[in-house]
Design a protein. Sequence first.
Length: 282
Amino acid sequence: MAEAEPSLDSLRAQIDAIDDQLYRLIMQRAEVALSIGAVKNAHGAEAGLMRPGREARLIRRLAAKEEGPFPKAVIVRLWREIIGAVLRLQGPFSVAVYAPEGAAGYWDLARDQFGSLTPATAHDSPQQVLNAVTAGRASVGVLPLPDGGDPQPWWPMMLAKDPKHPRVVARLPFAAGETVRGASLEALAVAQCALEETGRDRSLLVVEATEETSRSALTAAKPASSLRSSRAGSRRAKARSGCIWSMSKASLRLRTSVSPSSGSASAGPCSRSGRSAAMPFR
């Protein structure tokens, strides 16, 4: 005898039970996160509430699971919201966004990455964003990718040796499917937090030239075989923050900043005789 088809009422009852279970698990997760926040706060500012590397590893692990028909992009959005809410529970957390008139897409990227209810302030210039993060008025800043045509580039400021100066910690968007108004955009997130490797990182290279140098000459001089670290024992072109690299063919010095939660191709700035231009290193 064939089993009867489940009724709509019984299926909806299952949904209700699952929803109740999800709610309890989310609250349980929040309690554990509060305990983690208490431990971090006990260790002072150096512990840092935000850990972009761990966040990236968590979301990639969940997105890699094969079971179920639920869209992966929505899974990413759900966990980004959870992570943003937890950060606000653990301590003050806010975002400074480069969002001049007509550039609403950066605001959308910030909301997608750090949560729709996370306090955010809009700024007319990248310098204002960096100032807000440096002064502690914002936990993280969202900035445009380096642009060779920018008359006042912000990325040379990443060379500051002050440990409190913001560093690039992520490239946005984290995953496909974000809700960005207007043309497709990418951005960089900067924060005063420790950099940690995720296994899928990209570095940003800042090239300092002592004389007028064309972009084509720099591009021709960039093969990995011509790069060597000033730190003994390492010859890889993917470096930790603070490493200084030498380009043997062009007598140039490179300094790098790691973006741990980015899975995108890297884009690095190039300083040239007092002017700056963006140059991608693939």
